[in-house]
Design a protein around this ligand. Structure first.
Ligand code: PLP
Length: 376
């Protein structure tokens, strides 16, 4: 039995998403920009997906822009706003635990002369809205905060922060990277007070290479990809109709059950924690109020990579706790106070609502065996 517990890295595409791709590539292969019937049919398929995704976050169809993934969405949000406002406003605010697609983009802008303020969690490992609101001023053009941290599942106080910021500085653009929260926790753009929101298809059982940037009506940004004016000129390039349609199909399937699945995964997390409590030396790094979909643990000082390969031999797939790109540490765990041996031995388990207790048993048993057998 192979046990896939790395769903924060990517999810298995659902049957509906795969079917939608096959149908689109074989039967609806027109270019949405073409003026004939084949083009129109492709355009209609893209617009259907746009409406499904818009409805899933409480947005209007016209506020959804398709991209190649959340990395591009995050780049477009930050770079696009900075290009639009950056002559007047020089400050960018982000959390200190953002995904590389926000962090590295902010760093690149920092090198170009923008001031980047990174807000850290307090000693209790939690973020506070006042800490973000307190560093905003009239020189700030954008604040970007992730909804759920991809390494630990920490939920950031995005709605509370954005409301505070908007009350005092209505001109500041608010952006949320919702990749790890979307389709897992109910999300509405209005509740979050978000002007922009990034989503990714392959984290929600569609396929890799498609994402969305929600841009609230009236927010102006300068595109980073120019060309044939697709997506109302915000993101040029022929739309990847099959991937977009797959994204729409997956969201159509999972959108009605977000709360139900949250409850189910919360029970799975509870079960996993009970199993882990039976193993000496396992520390749970994710806080109790984290997203249940992600559980970050440290395994008794055993190096993550070695544990990963031990588990892999048993066909159990998890991630090293500090997942960034292949072995490179991101520093996020340290921000949450997880340091030294605990950070080096961190393992991330990420579930779906289809994960079973049997799979979690297999993981817990193999982890216990790994802790016993791996030296050092
Ligand atoms: N943001 C977060 C929080 C993520 O976890 C990821 C992917 O791991 C991304 C952005 C990037 O998404 P994509 O793979 O669609 O570029």
């Amino acid at each position: 039995m192979s046990v896939y517990l790395d769903n924060a890295a990517t999810t298995k595409p659902c049957a509906e998403a795969v079917k939608a791709i096959l149908e689109t590539v074989t039967e609806n292969f027109g270019n949405p920009s073409s003026l004939h019937r084949a083009g129109l049919n492709a355009q209609l398929a893209v617009d259907k997906a746009r409406k499904i995704i818009a409805d899933s976050i409480g947005a209007d169809n016209g506020e959804i822009y398709f991209t190649s993934g959340a990395t591009e969405s995050n780049n477009l949000a930050l770079r696009g706003i900075v290009s639009a406002y950056g002559k007047r406003k020089k400050k960018i605010i982000i959390s200190s635990v953002e995904h590389a697609s926000v962090e590295e983009t902010a760093s690149a802008l920092e090198k170009q002369g923008f001031e980047v303020v990174r807000v850290s969690p307090r000693d209790d490992g939690q973020f506070y809205a006042d800490d973000f609101a307190g560093v905003c001023d009239n020189d700030t053009c954008i604040i970007s905060m992730m909804f759920v941290n991809n390494e630990t599942g920490h939920i950031l106080p995005v709605g509370e922060t954005f409301k505070k910021v908007k009350r005092r500085f209505p001109e500041i653009i608010t952006h949320c990277d919702c990749v790890q929260g979307y389709m897992k926790i109910p999300i509405r753009v209005n509740n979050l007070c978000a002007d922009m929101m990034s989503l990714s298809g392959h984290k929600v059982h569609a396929v890799k290479g498609v994402g969305v940037l929600y841009i609230k009506k009236g927010v102006r940004l300068i595109p980073i990809i120019t060309g044939g004016h697709q997506e109302k000129g915000v993101r040029s390039g022929t739309e990847s109709v099959p991937l977009i349609v797959s994204f729409g199909s997956a969201v159509e399937k999972y959108s009605p059950t977000v709360s139900e699945r949250f409850e189910k995964v919360s029970s799975l997390k509870k079960y996993l924690l009970e199993r882990l409590a039976e193993i000496d030396g396992v520390i749970v790094n994710s806080p109790e109020n984290a997203s249940p979909y992600i559980v970050n643990i440290s395994a008794c000082g055993k190096r993550s990579e070695i544990m990963l390969h031990f588990l892999e031999q048993k066909e159990i797939y998890v991630s090293s706790g500090s997942a960034c790109s292949k072995g490179q540490k991101s520093g996020v765990l340290e921000q949450f106070g997880i340091k030294g041996k605990n950070a080096d031995s961190a393992v991330r388990v990420s579930m779906t609502s289809e994960t079973t207790e049997k799979e979690l048993d297999a993981f817990a048993d193999a982890l216990r065996e790994g802790i016993e057998k791996i030296r050092g």
